[in-house]
Design a protein around this ligand. Structure first.
Ligand code: AVI
Length: 327
């Protein structure tokens, strides 16, 4: 059976302090991690089904078409370190081609990993599995408990493949992405020869494709964005009224990023225990950036992070790329 270790827990007092500081900042902001309460995670799943939101299905098609070619780069029996594993579905689809020797699924909550990993273990009984409850956005490194687990399963010297699909790297700014990729490189380099990173990246493209992907006709992304306010209310005890906030999403060509905001519908004061903020009519709360990359710029970023020359696979329209870069 998989083993589970909870390293970090969402600490409510720290989250409240972070939220209050963000709401009082100029301009006000709330980090995208606050999208993902139970309803927010379901709304994100719904987004991936929308005709306008191409990244998830485009990446899945790339894995389906080029999985065998990827398997020629990723050494067999590597330890697959799945960042933000969630329901482990993307890694599960690659198990038959990548044939990992061990699987480490990293997510902030091990409870979320438990069912999915239990099922995956049934199908791959001989692959040792570890669920790590960890906030890797703060710092990505295997904790001592994972090193111990690798030793016990004779995997300490196995190559390591960091798997980071979904273009989640896009939700970090380029400086933060470099830090995270450097840490991923150190994690791979500490394993056996042949390891590296397999990472999904959304590409720069026409605004006419990008903007509807973040502002769909059904309003699912708008609901996802506004739901953040309900999550903030639950965590902070604030009194945001979601109906008084308008979803705003646009592509900033110069910065190659989608920005998402919530704009105040009329002047209003939001209150929470120990604080309040007055929002002017139209004033925005910044909730997310989603950076888009050219293959050249992302390859340069991987090199700067310490990786060797990258290979990437893309779809027929060149909208999304999956990169493999050796450590
Ligand atoms: C999770 N992340 C990669 C998504 C993205 O495309 O940046 C989150 C998202 N935000 C709005 N729609 C989807």
């Amino acid at each position: 059976m998989p083993e589970f270790v909870q390293i970090h827990k969402n600490n409510d007092a720290a989250l409240r302090a972070e939220l209050a500081a963000g709401l009082l900042a100029e301009p006000p902001r709330a980090a995208p991690k606050f999208f993902y309460d139970a309803l927010g995670s379901r709304l994100f799943d719904a987004i991936t089904e929308l005709a306008e939101y191409y990244p998830t299905r485009t990446e899945a098609a790339i894995f389906a078409a080029h999985g065998a070619a990827m398997a020629q780069r990723v050494p067999p029996h590597a330890v697959l370190v799945d960042l933000g594993a969630g329901n482990c579905a993307k890694a599960a689809r690659l198990f038959p081609v990548l044939r990992p020797g061990g699987y480490v699924a990293v997510d902030i909550s091990v409870d979320y990993l438990r069912d999915a990993m239990g099922e995956l273990q049934q199908r791959h009984r001989h692959v040792p599995m570890l669920g790590l409850g960890m906030d890797f956005s703060a710092r990505l490194a295997l904790p001592p408990a994972a090193a111990d687990w690798l030793e016990r399963h004779d995997l300490a010297a196995a190559p390591r493949c960091v798997f980071y699909p979904g273009s989640s790297i896009g939700n970090f700014d380029p400086g933060e992405s470099l830090v995270l990729l450097r840490q991923a490189h150190a994690l791979c380099a500490a394993g056996g020869a042949g390891g590296g990173i397999l990472i999904g990246v959304d590409r720069v493209k026409d605004k006419a494709v990008l903007e509807p992907a973040y502002d769909d006709a059904l309003g699912v992304t708008a609901a996802f964005n506004r739901n953040l306010l309900l999550n903030v209310n639950a965590l902070l005890g604030s009194d945001f009224a979601p109906a008084r906030w308008r979803h705003v999403a646009f592509y900033d060509e110069a910065a190659s990023r989608i920005e998402m905001h919530l704009a105040s519908d009329g002047a209003q004061t939001v209150r929470w225990p120990g604080g309040e903020r007055r929002f002017a009519d139209g004033e925005r709360l910044h909730t997310e950036d989603s950076h888009k990359w050219t293959p050249e710029a992302f390859e340069a970023l991987l090199r700067e992070a310490g990786f060797g020359p990258a290979t990437h696979w893309t779809d027929g329209r060149g909208w999304f790329s999956v990169f493999w870069a050796p450590a």
